[in-house]
Design a binder for this molecule. Structure first.
Ligand SMILES: *Cc1c(COP(=O)(O)O)cnc(C)c1O
Length: 360
């Protein structure tokens, strides 16, 4: 069987070119006589892999010199604890709750200090981004936290919140490298890579240097201190070597594609094909307020759970995989990350048109 069009929210589609290259190098990485999976993380060969990965990521995002790039483990969810443990100096932080991931982060932070929910869109099933231009940011807040692209609900912050001078912390797991971003506006940006960059397990944190200190909450585990990882250039212990290697390949692929401005244009073009169809369809409709629509995750419904299930089943049979919506929302969701070709979206829309004709 050939490759399918994989609309999974994560782990998700990766560039075929990258997978083929990794396959070619599986048994013998560039004359080393071994797989990257088998080599020492202290070897010269791996040192080149991780350093190049960092430099390529820096180039792609124009990361300023006063930010560190850390390759960590434990997925995005471990950051829900690591962030308050390291950054809650006053033991106060403000959270903007725009979906389940933000809510989980907020709840986790409550274990370590006073986490305030200063805005939420839960009243309308997280189908929009609240107005964040003048929020009641706490005077003593150590940071303001957002989940920038809400993977489950398909919303995205098009404008960053006004944090009134407080540090902004952002979970960008599902929009990482989908478009350029101004890192200097954040104290900490992080993301699990399995949505748009690489294999699950790796999490990349981009953190402003002055926020990396020994002044962390008492009893913070060694492995959960940013400083430990920063001081040893992400090699304090054995990092997820193979995952980092794949991420590095994806960074090179993105550079070859022309960088993040080009990816943004491609992603806008792809998303428009799907949203335009949804806006004109008499059967399917999008579930998100137009202004806040994500370029990466597109949820939609027919309004009839049985028909939704029929669509998902027929789509699967036709080679469109993982279109079922998140278990908490139902309906459908098409995740159209960087590596989803435009052709995949066009074919999906073609298939939806046919389904609409037959089922209206
Ligand atoms: C998937 C996801 C997470 C959780 O990632 P894990 O690596 O499974 O912990 C957190 N935040 C967002 C926005 C996500 O999409």
């Amino acid at each position: 069987m050939g490759r399918v069009y994989n609309f999974s929210a994560g782990p998700a589609v990766l560039p075929e070119e990258v997978l083929k290259e990794a396959a070619d190098e599986m048994l013998d990485y560039r004359g080393s006589g071994m797989s990257v999976m088998e080599m020492s993380h202290r070897s010269k060969v791996f040192d080149t892999i991780i350093k190049e990965a960092e430099q390529d990521l820096r180039d792609l995002l124009n990361i300023p010199d006063n930010y560190r790039v850390l390759f960590l483990q434990g997925g995005a969810s471990t950051q829900f604890a690591m962030i308050p443990m390291n950054l809650m100096k006053n033991k106060v932080a403000d959270y903007i709750v725009t979906g389940q991931w933000a809510k989980k982060a907020y709840k986790e932070a409550s274990k370590y200090g006073k986490a305030n929910c200063i805005a939420s869109s839960e009243d309308k099933t997280f189908s929009y981004i609240p107005d964040c231009s003048d929020l009641p940011v706490s005077d003593d807040a150590d940071y303001v936290y957002i989940c920038e692209n809400n993977t489950i609900y398909g919303t995205k912050f098009k404008e960053l919140p006004n944090t009134k001078g407080k540090i902004l912390v952002s979970d960008v797991s599902s929009c990482f490298l989908s478009e350029p971003m101004d890192i200097s506006k954040y104290g900490l940006v992080y993301g699990g890579v399995q949505k748009n960059i690489g294999p699950a397990g790796v999490v990349i944190a981009i953190i402003r240097e002055d926020l990396i200190t020994d002044d962390v909450l008492p009893e913070t585990p060694t492995m959960l201190q940013y400083k430990i990882h920063a001081d040893s250039d992400s090699l304090y212990n054995t990092p997820p070597c193979y995952g980092i290697y794949i991420c590095g390949k994806v960074f090179k692929w993105l550079k070859k594609m022309g960088g993040l401005e080009v990816m943004k244009a491609k992603n806008e073009e792809k998303a428009k094909i799907l949203y335009d169809y949804l806006d004109g369809s008499s059967l399917f409709k999008g579930t998100v307020v137009k202004e806040d629509r994500s370029l990466m995750n597109v949820p939609f419904v027919t309004g009839d759970a049985e028909l939704d299930a029929k669509f998902v089943a027929e789509a699967k049979a036709a080679g469109f995989e993982n279109l079922k919506g998140h278990r908490s929302v139902g309906g459908m969701r098409a995740s159209i990350y960087n590596a989803m070709p435009k052709e995949g979206v066009e074919k999906l829309v073609e298939f939806m048109r046919e389904f609409e004709k037959k089922n209206l």
